[in-house]
Ligand binder design. Sequence first.
Ligand SMILES: C[S@@+](CC[C@H](N)C(=O)[O-])C[C@H]1O[C@@H](n2cnc3c(N)ncnc32)[C@H](O)[C@@H]1O
Length: 214
Amino acid sequence: MRQHVNPLSQFFQLPLSLPSKNILFEKSHYPIHLDIGSAKGEFLIELATKYPDWNFVGLEIREPLVILCEKKRRKLELTNLKFLFCNVNVSLDEWLSDLYFGQLKRVSIQFPDPWFKRKHFKRRLLNTNILNSIAKSMAKDGEVFIQSDIFKLIEYMTNTIDENRYFTRKNLGDLTSIDKNPYNVMTDREIFSLKKNLLIYRVMYIRNSLLFTN
Ligand SMILES: C[S@@+](CC[C@H](N)C(=O)[O-])C[C@H]1O[C@@H](n2cnc3c(N)ncnc32)[C@H](O)[C@@H]1O
């Protein structure tokens, strides 16, 4: 399976109409944890098993992974979890507008693709548009959690979120002060990085009380 796809290629610019929350979940009013770049899905499968009173959504641009994740999910009969194929930079905003205001309680963006070359920075998924889409649907105290083992990438991500007026950083200063995944489950890449003894940078942001205005 290809490791990276170019999210800016024409194919991935087609907006996908993602299914409404009412048909995604058995209990559509439960709070939602959205994991962006869910890859093989093990993180959300474990969370959905542990926390039946939350709904979980994994968004992933590599469709074969989404098909595999959905197979695993159906086998486990998890009705509070769904994996969806999309380019978040194209389809997230419309899907979020279908939720009740405040239903989106948590967003995690974990070890996103770094796109090291300067000319590829625009392929990085975290940007001001995505943050504003999240800010628009998230009520005060909602969480945006990011982590990476690449300093240059976490620096880019924290700079981008720090500039956004709707989020306030919880762990100021030291990017290594959160010493484990705050949701008590590790992602595949997190397990890999820990095995390799890589330093992991983790930052938690909280949706502040500023009302969203365009
Ligand atoms: C390095 S992997 C990390 C996977 C997982 N979060 C983890 O920590 O193990 C990043 C994932 O983000 C996905 N991704 C990258 N750009 C995306 C986009 N624009 N929309 C949705 N998913 C994207 C990639 O396909 C890949 O599976």
